[in-house]
Structures are given as C-alpha cells and as structure tokens.
Design a protein around this ligand. Sequence first.
Ligand code: FES
Length: 74
Amino acid sequence: MNSFLVNRCICHDASFEEIKEHSEKNGFTTIKELQAEELCSTKCKMCAPYLELMLKTGETSFTPGEYLNRKEAG
Ligand code: FES
C-alpha cells in the first residue's frame, strides 16, 4: 500500500483542491487556462498530467503514476 498521494503542485504550493475550486469558479476546463494565471504547472510541470486528470474527473488526490494507468484503461 502506497501512502504517498499526489495532491498538490509543489512548485506553486497549491493544493489540487484549491486549484479545482478556482477552476470551477472561473469556468476553466484546460490546464493552459490555469497556467496562464500562473496558479500551477508553470515550473517543473510534474503535476501537469495529474491536473489534466483532475480537470477531467474532479478528483484531487492520486497515486503516483495513476494517470498512466488511466490512459491504458482508456
Ligand atoms: S509540481 Fe507543479 S510545476 Fe512543479
């Protein structure tokens, strides 16, 4: 069991929960809109695939590499 979960953009010190709320409030549906406001995902971008998944599913906490498994599953 992996206890480490990916739930924030470390570079911007912003939780996916906060980013999700901001997205919903502003009607953002793409990571580019979030990046344009420099809210997240403009530095190392390791969070980008998780944020894509967050925007798609509404989930805010992921196991490491989870986006890879989801892609394979379709
Ligand atoms: S973790 Fe989000 S830009 Fe680095």
